[in-house]
Ligand binder design. Structure first.
Ligand code: ZN
Length: 298
């Protein structure tokens, strides 16, 4: 099997290459030695969905992720929210954040599928992939802010406006043709750091408004937020360190490389956030605001 997967193996006319044989824009990870597709036509890229290459798991994890969040969006709108006798705003919140997750999954799958077409296609899809990550990330804020500040309507609206502004800024900045250039590397990093770091603000504000850590609502939901941050940090560690393949160069080309772990953990993190969102929605419909405040003041 291993021999069949090495450089030069052809299926559907698609030949796989080694790291040394591919152009610089495909040489992002020197620890992945084999299994590269190179200069395929668009239709060959689509056919390569059925070819076992070093991008197969990257593509399929996020195609499956897209289908999961699409089905969840349909199910929640058709079954979960009506069962909870939710309002039209619940439908909007669920639709918006699950669409953000789907957009993230689609852009990522598209990038990994079409990056081997040409340098121009690779750059275009990389831009979309990066935009997808930030939109998926910012999408997490919608259910969190909406349900956490449910009983503080003024602050809920303030935070929602800030999240929408951050989302618009991210999209506008990324549309700029210089966004992916090395010159803008610092601005790019600052944008992501501020999008993630912004989350600390509403969490601290939410704890303060509810009267501190002893409030039951805080004790129930803060650990859930912490799990999300742990998953995020874990995913970023894989992404940034290229571990474990840096310890086993050429051994994890097809299965087990860092980017695959990053993809899987992102899907798990979004699923976890959806689970937390459901818990929070149920809590809001089972606990009146006056009860929340009474418990907080005890
Ligand atoms: Zn990726």
């Amino acid at each position: 099997m291993e021999d069949l997967l090495t450089s030069g193996y052809s299926l559907k006319g698609i030949i796989l290459h080694s790291y040394a044989e591919v152009p610089h824009y495909l040489q992002g990870n020197p620890f992945i030695i084999k299994g590269y597709r190179n200069t395929l036509s668009a239709s060959q890229c689509i056919q390569s969905l059925l070819v076992w290459s070093n991008e197969s798991i990257n593509v399929w994890t996020h195609i499956i992720g897209f289908l999961i969040f699409l089905l969840l969006a349909v199910y929640d709108n058709a079954v979960t929210i009506p069962e909870l006798q939710g309002s039209w705003t619940d439908h909007i919140i669920y639709t918006v954040y699950l669409s953000c997750f789907q957009f993230c999954m689609l852009c990522s799958a598209g990038y990994h599928l079409f990056c081997c077409h040409s340098e121009a296609a690779c750059k275009r899809w990389l831009g979309l992939d990066i935009a997808g990550i930030s939109i998926g990330l910012l999408g997490c804020y919608f259910p969190a802010v909406y349900y956490a500040f449910y009983c503080f309507q003024y602050w809920r609206n303030v935070h929602l406006v800030i999240v929408c502004t951050l989302m618009m800024l991210t999209i506008i900045v990324q549309l700029h043709r210089r966004f992916l250039t090395a010159r803008w590397a610092t601005q790019r990093l600052m944008l992501y750091i501020s999008a993630v770091a912004y989350g600390v603000g509403p969490v601290v504000h939410w704890i303060y408004l509810n009267g501190g850590f002893q409030a039951p609502i805080i004790q129930k939901f803060v650990p859930m937020v912490c799990v999300m941050y742990v998953l995020g940090i874990l995913a970023l560690l894989f992404y940034a360190t290229k571990f474990p393949e840096r310890c086993f160069p050429g051994k994890l080309d097809y299965i087990g490389s860092s980017h695959q772990w990053w993809h899987i953990i992102v899907v798990i993190a979004f699923l976890w956030w959806h689970h937390c969102g459901l818990q929070f929605t149920e809590y809001r419909y089972s606990t009146a605001c006056s009860q929340t405040w009474h418990a907080a003041s005890l």
